[in-house]
Design a protein around this ligand. Structure first.
Ligand SMILES: Cc1ncc(COP(=O)(O)O)c(C=O)c1O
Length: 375
């Protein structure tokens, strides 16, 4: 048998991870400014995280959602407290796409509509509904086109509001910061305007924080830079489990649950809850939010000194470096010569930086040296 060959691979085989570094089978060390695609939030093999998982493995890995699971209760309490979203309800999933899929279902159950507004350059995942509202026709199969989806320009208030005000959308879905699309930040005015239009028309506002959530931007969720802003639903995954597959949706208290409305076999299993809890404990104990703000500001100041970078977008430790020309060769040089992993973006001119959130100035200096040598 062969693997279904859908991933272009770098010829590197990481076998071990430690903090901000991964090591290949020859012992070569790589600085991880990609975080396995924004997944590694508290660092590779963080001892608190691995010990929590090891001890849970010895007790119980999984039982179904038909019995009490105290770990889910601990998780919901801790997440509510740290995110400031105590008024929301939590439904646990296994991935980002599945979180968005459930978010869209809740919206459609709520207002009985099917049309969705999303934004150019967005990425929401590859499952059936999530991919139909993603801006990449190449990954949308005919079977995915089961409902009407509309896309307007990101940050274009007039265009978005005129679609929402027609009153026939079930939901508007927006990334707090567009990730795959090349790191584009949603303007405060834009978020406020679409929220108001949604409120007027009983349209559900979904904030996709799969990539930008869990402290990555220096706020727990990227949208929280707008004081008092309350989306109807927030979807999460990636950094939530630091590499263990876990996702979730935060659902505003105005949506009432009923038995069987949503469900999953694996979502909220014992190991997944342990992983997410351990991540939250580290975020709290190691003051990760303030580290992201501090190190993010230092990283930005150092990047601004590099003239070849035409623009820098993003917040905290979620940055896009636009070189105004293709960056594929530069990324290769960074990996093979400087031994630094970075992320690509849909536009081809942008390098994405998505390092673990507990890096320090030393890792930033190594990146800056590597960039200067490879440019
Ligand atoms: C903003 C956003 N939403 C959803 C997804 C899909 O997440 P997953 O790959 O876990 O299904 C991604 C993945 O990159 C993402 O960046």
């Amino acid at each position: 048998m062969k693997l279904f060959d859908v991933y272009p691979l770098f010829d590197i085989t990481p076998v071990k991870g430690q903090a901000a570094y991964v090591f290949d089978e020859k012992g070569e060390r790589y600085l991880d400014f990609y975080g396995g695609h924004a997944v590694i939030s508290i660092g590779h093999s963080h001892p608190h995280f691995t010990n929590a998982l090891k001890s849970q493995i010895d007790k119980m890995i999984f039982y179904s959602n038909s019995v009490q699971n105290p770990l889910q209760k601990q998780l919901v309490e801790k997440l509510g407290k740290l995110s400031g979203c105590e008024d929301y309800q939590l439904f646990l999933t296994n991935s980002g796409a599945e979180s968005n899929e459930n978010a869209l279902k809740i919206a459609s159950f709520h207002n009985n509509r099917t049309k969705v507004l999303s934004f150019k350059n967005c990425f929401h995942g590859r499952t059936s509904a999530a991919v139909n509202i993603t801006d990449n026709p190449k990954v949308v199969a005919p079977i995915n086109k089961g409902f009407e989806s509309v896309m307007t320009d990101f940050n274009d208030i007039e265009a978005a509001v005129s679609v929402i005000e027609k009153g026939d959308c079930t939901a508007v879905i927006i990334e707090g910061i567009q990730g795959v699309g090349g790191i584009h930040v949603a303007n405060e005015d834009f978020l406020i305007a679409i929220k108001e239009a949604c409120h007027k028309t009983n349209t559900v506002l979904i904030l996709d924080e799969v990539q930008s959530g869990f402290a990555r931007t220096g706020h727990f969720f990227a949208y929280q830079k707008v004081k008092g802003f309350e989306p109807d639903i927030v979807s999460m995954a990636k950094g939530m489990g630091n590499g263990f597959p876990v996702g979730g949706v935060l659902i505003h208290h105005k949506f009432k649950p009923s038995y069987g409305l949503l469900g999953t076999t694996f979502g909220g299993n014992h190991l997944a809850c342990t992983a997410a809890l351990a991540v939250l404990e580290v975020i709290e104990e190691e003051s990760i939010l303030s580290n992201v703000q501090k190190v993010g500001a230092y990283l930005l100041s150092q990047l601004k000194e590099i003239n070849e970078i035409k623009s820098i977008r993003g917040e905290g430790l979620m940055l896009g470096l636009d070189f105004g020309k293709p960056v594929a060769d530069l990324r290769k040089k960074l990996v093979f010569e400087a031994k630094i992993f970075t992320g690509s973006a849909k536009d081809g001119n942008t390098i994405r930086l998505l390092p673990p959130l507990n890096i320090g100035k030393q890792e930033v200096d190594t990146l800056i040296d590597g960039l200067k040598k490879c440019i």
